[in-house]
Design a protein around this ligand. Structure first.
Ligand code: FE2
Length: 206
């Protein structure tokens, strides 16, 4: 037993950066999100038709970097972080080999939630948090191997993060989270008072 060891294989990385943008820029971004959420009738109708409490531009606007200067500026910030994450993941691709392929706004009202999903056809996905009311819901990630765990026992409640089947992360305003797009995640019901505003995005191979 003296030489026994346990290696870690097939790791799931979660990238987190706090305070990635200046507070003044974040306020500008918040105004742009709220204004768009008032004006984008197609997006509001889509949200209503799909039982989404609040607003998302996901199905209605695909040109936010051209339409909203704060989103174009955010894309520049994201590019740097995506490049850092790609290095961390040791992707064997050229520098700048990943490019934004979609970006959308989310203004979740009280009682809203987003059930478990992945982001197909992308490499890296993530969210920048603009505003989170006090006690707002975080985001929950699921072990991608879960469908294969036929007889795996449950994990201890104090298990290390890397051994848990579900991990809930609590971002703050101006936090950026990124993960590989195949990692399933959900947003539990937002029971906090006030709007939960975020910008989500996908990066794919250029
Ligand atoms: Fe998502």
């Amino acid at each position: 037993m003296k030489r026994a060891r346990t290696d870690t294989l097939f790791v799931t990385r979660l990238y987190r950066a706090d305070a990635v943008a200046a507070p003044s820029f974040n306020r500008e971004l918040e105004r742009a999100c709220l204004l768009t959420a008032e004006e984008d009738q197609a997006g509001l109708q889509w949200a209503k038709a799909h039982g989404y409490k609040g607003y998302t531009s996901y199905a209605s606007l695909n040109d936010l970097t051209l339409r909203l200067p704060p989103i174009a500026a955010l894309d520049k910030i994201l590019n740097r972080h995506v490049a850092a994450f790609a290095r961390d993941l040791e992707f064997d691709i050229p520098a700048g080999g990943l490019a934004l392929d979609s970006i959308w706004l989310n203004v979740m009202e009280e009682e809203s939630f987003h059930s478990g999903h992945i982001h197909p056809h992308s490499v890296i996905s993530g969210t920048y948090y603009v505003r989170l009311p006090k006690s707002a819901a975080g985001i929950r990630f699921e072990d991608p191997r879960l469908p294969l765990m036929m007889a795996a026992p449950p994990r201890r409640s104090d298990a290390a993060l890397s051994n848990r089947t579900f991990v809930t992360v609590m971002p703050k305003a101006r936090t950026l989270l990124m993960w590989e797009s195949f990692v399933r995640h959900d947003v539990p019901r937002n029971c906090a008072r006030g709007k939960r505003i975020s910008v989500s995005f996908n990066y794919g191979l250029r």
